[in-house]
Write a protein that binds this ligand. Structure first.
Ligand SMILES: [Zn+2]
Length: 108
């Protein structure tokens, strides 16, 4: 039933395994969603006091998760370095990619 497609390791340093979560809204509506918890947002009390829990839950593909990981890039970078995992290019914010490219150009 559950496909055992291996989750990208780099994403798992920041997010939970793929799981199914039921969200009950105040108006009685229930959403059943499949996705990943962002470990950072999930444990961030300030974030959770301003947003619903659902905001810490990310549905969709790896690349969408990567886009969210960009907002925690400094931490992601550290996690990857510690575990010797390559950073996913989708998880690197554009301005940093550009800065790296510029740095390469300048060394030539
Ligand atoms: Zn997050």
């Amino acid at each position: 039933m559950v496909s055992r497609k291996k989750q990208a390791e780099d994403i798992l340093t920041m997010m939970s395994e793929h799981c199914t979560v039921k969200f009950c809204h105040l108006d009685g509506k229930v959403d059943i969603l499949k996705g990943h918890w962002c470990n950072e947002c999930w444990t961030d009390e300030v974030f959770l006091s301003k947003n619903s829990k659902q905001k810490a839950f990310h549905i969709g593909s790896n690349s969408l998760c990567c886009q969210h990981v960009q907002s925690h890039y400094q931490l992601y970078k550290m996690q990857c370095a510690r575990r010797k995992i390559r950073e996913h290019h989708h998880a690197v914010p554009h301005d940093i990619v550009r800065a790296q490219q510029d740095a390469k150009k300048n060394t030539k």
